[in-house]
Design a protein around this ligand. Sequence first.
Ligand code: ARG
Length: 475
Amino acid sequence: MNLWGGRFDSLPSDSLFALSRSIHFDWRLARYDIASSLAHLASLVAGKVVLEEDAKIISQALREISQGIASGEIHPGPDDEDVHSALERLLKERVGQVGGSLRAGRSRNDQIVTDLKLFLLVEMREIALKVGSLARTILDRADQCVDLIAPGFTHMQHAQPVSFGQELAKHAFALERDLSRISSWAARTDLSPLGSGALAGSSLVPNPKKAAAMLGFSGVVGNSIDAVSERDFVAEALFILSMISIHLSRIGEEFTLYTSQEFGWVLLADEYSTGSSIMPQKKNPDVAELARGKAGRAIGNLTALLTVLKGLPFSYNRDLQEDKEPIFDSLETLNLLLPAIDGMIGTATFVKEKIEMASSQGFLLATEIADFLAIRGVPFSEGHEIAGKVVKHCETNALELSSLSKTDLAAIDPRLTEELMPLLNVRGAVESRRSSLGTSPASVEKANRMLFAQIEEFEANARHELERLSKVLDL
Ligand code: ARG
């Protein structure tokens, strides 16, 4: 069914219909379209455009349709172009021509943007809950590893010893920023565009605030021409989802390395690894690799929408229909990925002996030598030079820093007194970094505990918003 006719002599060609059809992806907006139709109906009743008794019949039918969709009894038909026309057809099949009165004062232009906002306000909170769960899993694992010393890297080279609990927790810190982004995105998105009509508002909807409140929005947008054309909220959501995907890809890269034979720091549970069809010994980190790979899709989806929006005239243009598949795909991808990464990390075994052993090799403590001299008044650049000489001495003589004797040190520079010797051990170096940014177990534990509380707060807020919306929207 199409929504025009009067001025047309013929139906759209098959090719136009096939090209412009969106029902196969926008049908998922049906429940939000029904909720916004109910809110719009209330506006029309208040404006005396629709009689109370007709409104009762229409809203009863809309609720039945909603239940039919939820139970899987109602599906779109082959002739339905999009979710809006499909629902109008279903409504008219139940109540007759009066079903068409809902179209007064509304256009698909304000309808689609209202639907999409409501859908995303729910879906992004669902994502927030999954991100929160993953962040808490990471922090739980980090808690078990605060006392474990690992080599920390810069340029992928051994740099300084760190608490492995801090190393793991850094991912939760990144995810907390994503939670914060979702929260501020939601606050910005929370304005209703319903009542904008095609572009200029409508005399039949004198007060869009009521419909906005019925839909759970905190207010109404300020400019109808902007409202039907802005997809900032979709682009921003795509960016947030890309950032989450990028964070997951970095976890993926790290776990791929950690599970390699060369590192051997992590063993994945069988449920979260795959085998090879040809090499019986293989245990592959596919979850981690897919996390790395799927970030490309998320970035592609963001780029696709930004490209559609660039240079697009304001008000509604049909190009805007291209906003939906990218965001649906990014959501679907993360809904698959987040629980898998959560499970992979939650069930992984950290091979403590290997991690600890790695931290005792190499020259992770060279900075301690320069710091030791700095506190004794040697300018840092000079101390750095002396520490470099110590490293060189060890390299030429195949020694570790911890095996240097009092005489070895004094021979390199007399200021390297024997008080330096107890500092040349990784645990001492880690434990000495006690500031809020230090890697000492006590500092890491404290920082992680604070983060845990912040994450729980974001989760509680997302849960609260989901409950509120499900009540308001009667979903
Ligand atoms: N399917 C369209 C979209 O996703 C709905 C709005 C269509 N509006 C129009 N005037 N054709 O953007």
